[in-house]
Design a protein around this ligand. Sequence first.
Ligand SMILES: Cc1cc2nc3c(=O)[nH]c(=O)nc-3n(C[C@H](O)[C@H](O)[C@H](O)COP(=O)(O)OP(=O)(O)OC[C@H]3O[C@@H](n4cnc5c(N)ncnc54)[C@H](O)[C@@H]3O)c2cc1C
Length: 571
Amino acid sequence: MANLNLKSVEQRTFDAIVIGSGISGGWAAKELTEKGLKTLVLERGRDVKHPVDYPTTNKMPYEFEHRLEVPLAIKENEPIVSRCYAFREDSMHFFVKDSEQPYVQEKPFDWIRGYQVGGKSLLWARQTQRWSDFDFEGPARDGFAVDWPIRYKDIAPWYSYVEKFAGISGNTDGLAELPDGDFLPAYPLNSVEAYFKEQLKTQYGNRHVISARCAHLSKPNPIHLEQGRAQCQNRTLCQRGCPFGGYFSSNSSTLPWAARTGHLTLHPFAVVDSIIYDEKAGKATGVRVIDANTREVTEFYAQIIFVNASAVNTNQILLNSTSDRFPEGLGNDSGLLGKYFAFHNYRARITAEYEGLLEYTTDGRNPAAGGYIPRFRNLHRQETNFLRGYAGALNARRYEVEDRSGFGASLKKQLLNPKWSNWKIGSHMMGETIPKEESQVSLSKSRTDKWGVPLVNIALDYDENDRNMMADYHEQFTEMFTKVGFSNIKTIDTGQAPGLDIHEMGGVRMGHDPKTSLLNKYNQLHACKNVFVTDGACMTSTSTQNPSLTYMALTARAADFAVSELKKRNL
Ligand SMILES: Cc1cc2nc3c(=O)[nH]c(=O)nc-3n(C[C@H](O)[C@H](O)[C@H](O)COP(=O)(O)OP(=O)(O)OC[C@H]3O[C@@H](n4cnc5c(N)ncnc54)[C@H](O)[C@@H]3O)c2cc1C
C-alpha cells in the first residue's frame, strides 16, 4: 500500500482520483497532475515499472522453454485468453488468466484483459486512427443509437494534442473519411501492398490503401526524448514491453510524466469496489477500495473522479455504486447503464497469393504491420443492406520455404538454402457493430469474485447487420483481389465470439439528453457532475477505427474541462 497511512483521512484525501492506469487512466493522470492536482491513481493489478519489469524483453527464442508457444496445459486451462493472438509465452504474464478472474457469459464473449499498471497499453497493437464526421454523424443519420453530443471539430485539437505527445507515425493522406493527424514519418508499404494501393486507386478511385497509422516513434521529437523514450528499433517484440519506449504505453510515457510533477500517487493492488455518493452534497466524495492481497477495505476521497477501468470494468464499478439516490448504479437515472454495449467485428478474413513482384521481398520488420484500407461503404449515401461500414487491415509477406524431402547431406543443404514463397496477402475486416438495448453488461445476482464484488455478466451477440456486413466484405475484397491479379483467394469466417477484437465499448454512453444517455459532451455524468468516464464505456457508437486514440483525446479534453470547472467551483 505505497507508504500510505491508511488511518489518516487527510492522507487518503486527494484533489482527483483516477480509477485504472491503462491507456485512458494514464492520460487522465498526466493531465490532472500537470494541471497541479494532487492525483491518486488506483490500479487493481501489480506495478509494472518501465523498463525493469519487462522480464522477457531481451530474450532470444531459444531461451524460452517452449520456443514462444503457449503450453497445452495452459491452453486447456485458460481457453479464452489463449485465443488472443498476442497471448504467447513471451507475453503471458501481462494477460489476465480466465481461471483467476471469472465472469459470466450469458452469451459467449471472449474478454481479454490486462490487470496491471499500464493495463492493456503494454499489449496493444498500437493502431491509431482519428474519427471523422462520417463516424460521429453515423447514429444521427440512420437513427440507430443516439446522436453523439460532439463532432469532429470538438475533438480535432485534442487528437493533435495527444498525437504529438504519444508519437503517431503516418502519412498525410488527405482523406475526408480518415482525417490526417500530427504525424511522425510513416512506415512504408512493401512492394505488394504498394502495388495493391496503386491498383485500387486506378480501378476504383474512392478506395484507398494507406500506411497503417501507429503509435511508434519512427523518428522521435524532443518531447519524446524528454519522456525518456527512444526511436523504435523495429524489433516487433512489442507485447513484451519495449525497453526503448519505442511504442506508446502508459508505463513508458504518461505515468512517468505524471510522476515527475510530484503530484502523483500510484496505488497498485487497489481493487475499486464502488464510488461513494454523498446525497447531501449531491456529488461523489470518493471511492471504496479493497486491497487485492489483504482484502482490507479503505476509502479514498477527492473532488473529482475519473473512471478509466476499461469499458466492462467501468460499467461494473458504476453498477456496483448504489445509494438511496442511485439504487440502480451511479448516475443511472435513465436506466440505461450497462446497455447499448457494442464491440468491433473482426470475424471476416481473406487470404490470397500473388505470383508477381518476385524480385522483391520484405526488408526488415514493419511495426505498423502494413496497410490500412479506410471505410469506403455507406459514406456519402446508404448503398448496402447493412448500416455503417468496415475498414480493412492489409499485409503482404513472403515466407522462407524449406524442402524437407530426402535425407543426409542433400537434406542439410536444402534446409540451409530455403526458397522464398510467392507473396501471401491477408486482410481482416474491422466492422462497426450497432449498440442495442439488449446488448448489455450487468452484475450477477448470485456470484461474486474473491473480493466479494458481483461478477460481470456479459450478453452480446452478432446480428443480421453483422452477417450482411461480413458477406459484403468477402464479396468486395474478393472482387478487389481478383481485379488486381491475386490468386488462390480464400474467404474465412473465423466464427469467433464477440470480444476477441478487444475493442469493447459503451454502457455509459455520451449524449445530449439525460433520458437517453449517461454522460454529457464532456464525459461528465449528467446526474453526478464530479464523475467523468473517458474510457471505452463512454462510446455512443463504435465506428470502424481502432478506438484507443479517441479515448486518449476524450480524456485529455475532459480533464481540461474538469479542472476549469473545479477552478470555477462548479464541481
Ligand atoms: C492484443 C491487443 C491488441 C490491441 N490493439 C489495439 C490497437 O491496435 N489499437 C487500439 O486502439 N486498441 C487496441 N487494443 C485495445 C486497447 O488496448 C484498449 O482499447 C485500451 O487499452 C483501453 O484503454 P483503457 O484505459 O480503457 O483500459 P486498459 O488499458 O485495459 O486499462 C484499464 C486499467 O484499469 C484497471 N482496472 C480495472 N478494473 C479496476 C478496478 N475495479 N479497480 C482498479 N483498477 C481497475 C485494469 O487493471 C487496467 O490496468 C488492443 C488490445 C489488446 C489486448
